[in-house]
Design a protein around this ligand. Structure first.
Ligand code: HEC
Length: 492
């Protein structure tokens, strides 16, 4: 390996000499021989016609006009988009970044005037799947967005939810899922969840309505009765308003997957999978962008059922919300060096979740650390950090019971436009007594070029001008074995 690196370094030296001396033109990298293979391996999944990138990079004539910009972006490691620092993160099976020698080859090619080379050297054209990205054939089952939705030419971004009924009689498990827009230009991002219908609602044509038949597409959900042992603000005594979005942590809700540009397929290991419970609904959360012309969109959710009996259900958890029955303990938050303690209701004695303060105006390097204790052995598969426009950097560390620490993920420059689902190459076993620490840093100063309002105090919320600190993880609980008879859920 070391020898290999040495050879490559030597090659780069030869190349840079070659660019300097006119006589040795055969040493200059050419598009057909040297560059096309790099682009085919690392760029054209997005840079091809009708995909998410603004231009194709398949042919010399596609790439030549972009040569300067290609060099700049690959040298700056902005393309291919992969914000994690590979030197300080675990290995991810979906990682995409160029090796230094590939970057050097591209730079040398551009510096030499981006020559084409011999047609005969051109590698075979990559073959792209038509329709579904997952290469395992047609899905076993396809959910369609319940209606063909029309996105207006201009106006606000549109956040809406649709609901599709899960049609089977007994729970089934998905080993692979793919969420696929019908028009990539329109869908900024989307998500699929399994949910129970919120209290006091029905679904008509895929849209939530109240029981009188009024559409709840944009309205707040009806108020629901307070559960006997539920903690609520005194003002809500009796009934609480339900939030429309992100009920991922409401009882009965569970996240299936997200689509963001460059992502949208989730493959689980055979023997594990996401549960699609009978009697529940698939909730689609769609975030549409106007594109200047009126256009329609109808996403699809492809399901490939498990190929082996499922022993472990893959669960998604959002740090910051502990369930009574989950293997994680209550999260601890440290904001700007100070622990935010949960409060206790003076009357009932019940513990209320810690309230994270807002991010003050004109602040940089505002830091929140979330520590999630692990009370029961789990296996970790993937990490999906999520922040908004003030997100600056993030780092996740695991601490084992013996005190040993390992960095899971290091994103030195967070990029809101690339919300990546980091899939561990090897599932990571975490014994009871471990903890996961997630450090998120925010920049609400003038120095952040994405900042929509440094003069504002930033609240925690859904809109991209609000902030989020979400640490989604995908995991299984070691002790589970779904192939064994399951304890009845009815014997309370
Ligand atoms: C995951 C999808 C994806 C991959 C992989 C990818 N790109 Fe991109 N690329 C995009 C998107 C989307 C944009 C436009 C938005 C942006 O700049 O972030 C873009 C923009 C660019 C631009 C700037 C275009 C402009 O308008 O100025 C260049 C140059 C570029 N990519 C080169 C590359 C190269 C070279 C590779 C491979 C080494 C690559 N990209 C890999 C998605 C991708």
């Amino acid at each position: 390996m070391r020898r290999m690196t040495f050879l490559l370094a030597a090659l780069v030296v030869v190349l840079s000499c070659a660019t300097a001396s006119a006589g040795q033109t055969d040493e200059i990298p050419t598009f057909t021989k040297d560059i096309a293979p790099i682009l085919y391996d690392n760029c054209v999944t997005c840079h091809r016609p009708d995909n998410i990138a603004p231009m194709a990079l398949l042919e010399y004539t596609d790439a030549r006009p972009w040569a300067r910009s290609i060099k700049d972006l690959v040298v700056a490691r902005e393309m291919p988009p992969w914000p994690a620092d590979p030197k300080n993160s675990m290995k991810f099976r979906n990682e995409r970044y160029l090796e230094q020698h590939e970057i050097d080859t591209i730079a040398a090619w551009v510096d030499a005037g981006a020559p084409k080379g011999n047609d005969a050297d051109m590698p075979p054209k990559p073959v792209f799947p038509e329709g579904w990205t997952y290469e395992g054939g047609e899905p076993d089952y396809v959910f369609d967005l319940p209606i063909e939705y029309t996105v207006a030419a201009e106006g606000e971004e549109d956040y809406i939810n649709f609901y599709s009924e899960i049609p089977w009689e007994a729970d089934r498990f998905a080993e692979v899922l793919e969420l696929r827009p019908s028009d990539f230009r329109l869908v900024h991002h989307s998500g699929a969840y399994t949910v129970d219908l919120p209290w006091g609602t029905q679904v008509i044509d895929g849209v939530l309505h109240d029981l009188e038949g009024n559409s709840l597409l944009r309205a707040r959900l009806p108020r629901r009765p307070v559960e006997p042992d539920e903690e609520v603000e005194p003002a809500s005594a009796g009934r609480v308003a339900q939030r429309v979005f992100n009920e991922v942590n409401l009882p009965g809700s569970s996240k299936l997957l997200s689509y963001v540009p460059g992502r949208g397929v989730e493959r689980h290991r055979p023997g594990t999978g996401k549960r699609l419970a009978a009697g529940k609904w698939v909730r689609w959360t769609m975030h549409y962008n106007p594109i200047g012309v009126e256009a329609t969109e109808r996403s699809k959710l492809g399901i490939w059922f498990n190929t082996q009996p499922v022993t472990h259900e893959v669960l998604t958890r959002q740090a910051g919300n502990a369930f009574p029955t989950d293997p994680f303990g209550n999260d601890i938050y440290i904001v700007q060096g100070e622990e935010i303690k949960p409060t206790r209701d003076p009357e009932t004695g019940r513990v209320r979740r810690a309230q994270i303060p807002n991010i003050p105006s004109y602040t940089d390097d505002w830091k929140i650390t979330g520590i999630t204790p692990i009370n029961e052995p789990v296996t970790l598969y993937a990490l999906s950090p999520h922040m908004h426009l003030r997100g600056k950097s993030l780092r996740w560390i695991v601490t084992y019971p013996d005190g040993r620490e390992e960095t899971l993920l290091d994103v030195p420059e967070f990029d809101f436009n690339w919300q990546i689902h980091f899939e561990l190459e090897e599932p990571l076993y975490l014994p009871a007594g471990s903890k996961i620490t997630g450090i998120g840093v925010y920049d609400n100063s003038l120095g952040n070029r994405w900042n929509p309002g440094p003069q504002l105090e930033v609240y925690w919320g859904q809109q991209s001008w609000d902030e989020m600190y979400q640490a989604f993880t995908e995991y299984t609980v070691e002790s589970q074995d779904l192939t064994k008879p399951q304890p009845s859920t009815n014997d309370e």
